[in-house]
Design a protein around this ligand. Structure first.
Ligand code: AMP
Ligand code: DBH
Length: 548
């Protein structure tokens, strides 16, 4: 894919966002300087795997300065990309701030990514390095990174927190003497975030310092984070939600403490909530449901937990009530996207609104259009009245105007006047709150993990016994959706079994969320008028089976 690394905001919009005070000309690195002065001795980060490991704001700042120098000495230059594939370890914070200071762009991979995804991300970003851990939860991340590095020509280094052969130890880079580095352009790219991807593998999302800081600063206000707050990061921290809504960056911005949970299950997390007096956390709906259920039988004291953000996938009214009652917390629904726009229910919203909507935008300058999804006009179709379902388009002070090097895709994903087509189907209410009802695009949301059907189909189609594959989401009480792959066997070959195909996809190096949950072998797919596979009909067939 080709195209510009970054599509800047149109000048008149940029001028408006500066004039409104949203963009303040500050980089993330410079922000940490300010925070380290204001909160020097306060605890910034606690390692949930070993709570004796605690880093103050001054420690994090110092480490990030050293590491920035170490990255420069390794030969990394401003604007080069480094794939960061870290689980919830305390090194994450100084690592990303070192990159912000050195002007190197972190590319946020997830710890669940395996060979197939990591190779794509490294190749797509033309990464100069991959930064990961040695092992985590019995997986050898260093070996994976080395294997990817061997296949992607641009990758010069594998940097590892811990110890592993043929890699650069992070500790070695951290030993560099801090040096004064030129502060990057605040309106330039700070990092590349990943989209869940609707038409294949994840796309890369360039976010800038100024606009991202704005979204974090406002998230802090909306979620009422204060220096006394303790934020528990239960989801993988590189994801946009636990990173910025209000997330680790919000907690830092507030001078608060972040506790990094190595694993999100209720037993481990409840122990941390009790011992660290956690006040706020953010989770996807299935996890919230599991926590609410486990809370009924726990002996841990969860009384410090006051706010739980739930988002990433739809949280319906029944679950919303179970969460607030079961955990005795104020629920905040959050509907966001790595591309920008984030909506929150407010802490003082009526219960009914919190239970039935996914919140309203952060900014008065988040422009929302809810349009007829069947109207194909390029410049954006007619808006539908409040209360009616339509496709969500948005433009605003922290929403991108283009993906990284994806000119062709950008032409259809953004309107000519710069609105991002989110692909979500929503209802807007007169209060400005949005209810998410589904999506235009076909991405499957497996409990917050976004599965691109095309990618899974591609894995299946590689099997010699498969003639055609179509992957759809099937409603699931626990996960929201699970993946079901319909497969047409190739004639003349032995018909593969579901178990065989699942193993096959896994052996190809796909992440576990990309291995289909269900596989149905069929003779042929239903087709649309022009002969395309009708996923709508496949989905309808599954729903019919599920409800009979
Ligand atoms: P991503 O591309 O991974 O950043 O995922 C963003 C998408 O996740 C949104 O466009 C929505 O489809 C979905 N999403 C995020 N939060 C919610 C929510 N609270 N309710 C429903 N869908 C959500
Ligand atoms: O799903 C998401 O991408 C998401 C959910 C909640 C997000 O990016 C966010 C909040 O910032």
């Amino acid at each position: 894919m080709t195209g510009p690394d970054h599509t800047p905001f149109p000048p008149e919009l940029a001028a408006r966002y500066r004039a409104a005070g949203y963009w303040r000309g500050q980089t993330l690195g410079a922000l940490l300087d300010v925070l380290a002065t204001a909160h020097a001795e306060r605890t910034a980060v606690v390692d949930g795997a070993d709570t004796t490991v605690r880093h103050s704001y001054a420690d994090v700042d110092e480490h990030a300065h050293r590491l920035a120098a170490g990255l420069v000495e390794l030969g990394l230059r401003p604007g080069e990309r480094v794939v960061v594939a870290l689980p919830n370890v305390p090194e994450f914070v100084p690592v990303i701030f070192a990159m912000f200071r050195a002007g190197v762009w972190p590319v946020f991979a997830l710890p669940a990514h395996r060979h197939s995804e990591l190779r794509h991300i490294a190749a797509q970003s033309e990464a100069a390095a991959i930064l990961t851990v040695d092992t985590h939860q019995r997986h050898d991340h260093a070996a994976l990174a080395r294997a990817v590095a061997a296949e992607v020509a641009s990758v010069r280094h594998v940097i590892v927190a811990g110890r592993a052969p043929d890699t650069v130890p992070l500790a070695e880079l951290s030993a560099a003497a801090p040096r004064r580095l030129p502060d990057p352009d605040p309106e330039g790219v700070a990092f590349l975030q990943l989209s869940g991807g609707s038409t294949g593998l994840p796309k890369l999302i360039p976010r800038t310092h100024d606009e991202y800081i704005y979204s974090v600063r406002e998230s802090v206000r909306i979620c009422a984070l204060r220096p006394e707050s303790v934020y528990l990061a239960a989801l993988p921290v590189a994801h946009n939600f636990p990173l910025s809504s209000p997330g680790v960056l919000g907690a830092l911005h507030a001078g608060a403490t972040t506790v990094l949970a190595p694993h999100p299950d209720a037993a481990a997390v409840f122990r941390l909530i009790e011992s660290e007096r956690v006040t706020i956390s953010g989770v996807v709906p299935p996890l919230a449901a599991a926590w609410a259920q486990a809370a009924a039988a726990t002996t841990h004291d969860l009384s410090s937990l006051r706010v739980l953000l739930v988002g990433g996938a739809k949280c319906g009214p029944e679950l919303a009530r179970r969460i607030s009652d079961g955990l005795d917390v104020t629920l905040q629904q959050v509907f966001g996207m790595a591309e920008g726009l984030v909506n929150y229910t407010r802490l003082d919203d009526p219960e009914e609104i919190v239970a039935t909507t996914q919140g309203r935008p952060i900014s008065p300058d988040d422009e929302i259009r809810v349009v007829d999804p069947d109207d194909p006009s390029v410049s954006g179709a007619a808006e539908v009245p409040d209360g009616e379902v339509g496709a969500l388009l948005t433009r605003g002070p922290y929403t991108i105007h283009g993906y990284y090097r994806a000119a062709e895709h950008n032409r259809t994903t953004f309107t000519p006047d710069g609105f991002y087509r989110t692909g979500d189907l929503v209802r807007r209410y007169p209060t400005g709150h949005l209810e998410v009802v589904g999506r235009v695009k076909e991405q499957i949301n497996r409990g917050g993990e976004k599965v691109a059907p095309e990618e899974v189909e591609n894995h299946l189609m590689a099997h010699p016994g498969v003639l055609d594959a179509a992957v759809v989401g099937v409603p699931d009480e626990f996960m929201g959706e699970r993946t079901c792959a319909y497969v047409v066997p190739a004639s003349g070959e032995a018909v593969p079994t579901g178990a065989e195909l699942r193993r096959y996809v896994r052996d190809r190096g796909a992440a576990s969320f990309n291995v289909p949950d269900l596989i149905e072998v069929v003779d042929a797919f239903p087709v649309t008028g022009v002969g395309k596979t009708s996923k709508r009909e496949l989905r309808a067939a599954l729903t019919a089976v599920a409800t009979t």
